[in-house]
Ligand binder design. Structure first.
Ligand SMILES: Nc1ncnc2c1ncn2[C@@H]1O[C@H](COP(=O)(O)OP(=O)(O)O)[C@@H](O)[C@H]1O
Ligand SMILES: [Mg+2]
Length: 252
């Protein structure tokens, strides 16, 4: 089992879009996948067609010791289960420590090949739970003038977290999202990022694609809505890279 936290301290960089559609793309590749919505806004939950206020979810699981079977929603998509977010109903964070999600997840190791955790931009106790539980972190990045600065600041914060918790965070890769290949500054910035950060940047970039915006309105991953759209093709390419990178990590 590989646990991937999707994280960036910025909002609007396609964390949730990536969590949903990477999870679905891995599921398309016959992997058993669990998507955990660890964000109070519950966008990933709604994005796969589940009403966040209708049932217990991650907060109930972590803080009230409700058995995982009561919060797991099976087959929101083929091979893909969901633990929805129910943080919005009340604030459970005072009852959490940093290690709770990691402890809870370990009981799921035999059931899933991948666990994908969507997060909010804030580096609070909820996100720290995800980072501590994760084997590796995928960082979606939207290209703008300050993308590299933002990345460096994020790395600093992650290093501080590693020190404090005596943990090691592997970076799975940086994913350029909402990419417009015809925009010259974007092309230039992509080159600069690839030169500076090398293999850390995924070969795959996620192109700007309106179907990726539309699919969550129907509560579906892109593959159920527009399987031939650029967004579907790009997240499939990302899944192949993720499979390749996690295979390497597993043997090293
Ligand atoms: N490749 C893309 N092309 C166009 N719009 C996108 C793409 N990826 C994400 N978006 C849109 O950008 C907005 C922010 O994405 P979201 O996944 O919610 O980011 P985050 O979770 O990081 O806040 C959403 O409206 C989403 O539909
Ligand atoms: Mg989000």
């Amino acid at each position: 089992m590989t646990v991937i936290a999707i994280y960036n301290r910025k909002g609007g960089v396609a964390k949730t879009t990536t969590a949903i559609n990477l999870a679905a793309a891995l599921a398309n590749n016959q992997k058993r996948v669990l998507l955990i919505d660890n964000a109070p806004q519950a966008n990933a939950t709604a994005g796969v067609g589940v009403n966040p206020s209708a049932q217990p979810g991650i907060a109930a699981w972590l803080t009230d010791s409700i058995p995982v079977e009561k919060v797991l929603i099976h087959d929101v998509y083929q091979n893909l289960d969901l633990i929805p977010s129910d943080y919005s109903k009340n604030d459970h964070s005072p009852f959490l420590d940093r290690f709770r999600l990691s402890n809870h997840i370990s009981s799921l190791a035999t059931r899933y090949d991948f666990i994908i955790i969507d997060n909010d931009p804030t580096l609070d106790l909820l996100t720290e739970n995800a980072l501590y539980a994760a084997d590796t972190v995928l960082i979606p990045l939207r290209i703008d003038k300050f993308a590299l600065d933002g990345y460096r600041e994020l790395r600093r914060h992650l290093r501080e977290f590693e020190k404090e918790t005596h943990s090691h965070l592997e970076i799975l890769g940086i994913l350029l999202t909402q990419y417009e290949s015809r925009t010259r500054v974007m092309k230039g910035m992509r080159k600069e990022l690839q030169t500076t950060l090398g293999n850390l940047v995924f070969q795959t970039t996620i192109r700007k694609n309106i179907q990726l915006v539309e699919a969550p309105f129907l509560g579906r991953p892109i593959y159920d809505y527009a399987p031939r759209a650029k967004g579907a093709i790009d997240y499939e390419a990302l899944a192949q890279e993720v499979l390749e990178r996690t295979k390497k990590q597993a043997v090293s």
